[in-house]
Design a protein around this ligand. Structure first.
Ligand code: FES
Length: 168
């Protein structure tokens, strides 16, 4: 099989590595870069445990080839905090107990960060002289947008609360 030398930009750092062309982004992150915060659940695009941000859009990293991520910006759960300060979405999950076993949490949080950025894009604050604010984001809307991230413990109530809180 063919291998390719790629340079992967992850959480602001560039890594050079040679990968089998079939290597998924998920396996490259976990096995080659030791970024094991990103979890492997189904490995088939069904559960969302492996969610990372690719150019700030959420993707299931088990469905992406590492070679296709070359030249793009990958952000994983390890890249969200600012030093000792948790990202506001991480803090909301802590404050509102948005997890039980924690396995799906990195994917939930990466997905939530992207959802909140999506909402901000859909409601640009450039409402000129009028200071209209977007309507409050509802839990239903968050639940719908987070539906690709499964939680086997069924901790959805607190997950949805945490994301809704972070979206305010
Ligand atoms: Fe990628 Fe389940 S591990 S979606």
């Amino acid at each position: 099989t063919r291998s390719t030398e790629i340079s992967l930009r992850v959480n602001g750092e560039t890594h050079s590595l040679t990968v089998d062309n079939r290597t998924t982004l998920l396996d490259a992150l976990r096995e080659r870069l030791d970024l094991t915060g990103t979890k492997k659940g189904c490995d088939q695009g069904q559960c969302g445990a492996c969610t990372v941000l690719l150019d700030r859009q959420r993707v299931n990293s088990c469905l992406q080839l590492a070679v296709a991520a070359e030249g793009r910006e990958v952000t994983t759960i390890e890249g969200l905090a600012d030093g000792e300060e948790l990202h506001p979405v991480q803090q909301a999950f802590v404050d509102l107990d948005g997890y039980q076993c924690g396995y799906c949490t990195p994917g939930q949080i990466c997905s939530a960060v992207a959802v909140i950025e999506e909402l901000a894009r859909e409601w640009p604050s450039a409402a000129t002289d009028d200071v209209r604010r977007p309507p409050a984001v509802t839990e239903e809307e968050i639940r719908e947008r987070m539906s690709g991230n499964l939680c086997r413990c069924g901790a959805y109530v607190n997950i949805v609360r945490a994301v809704t809180q972070a979206a305010k």
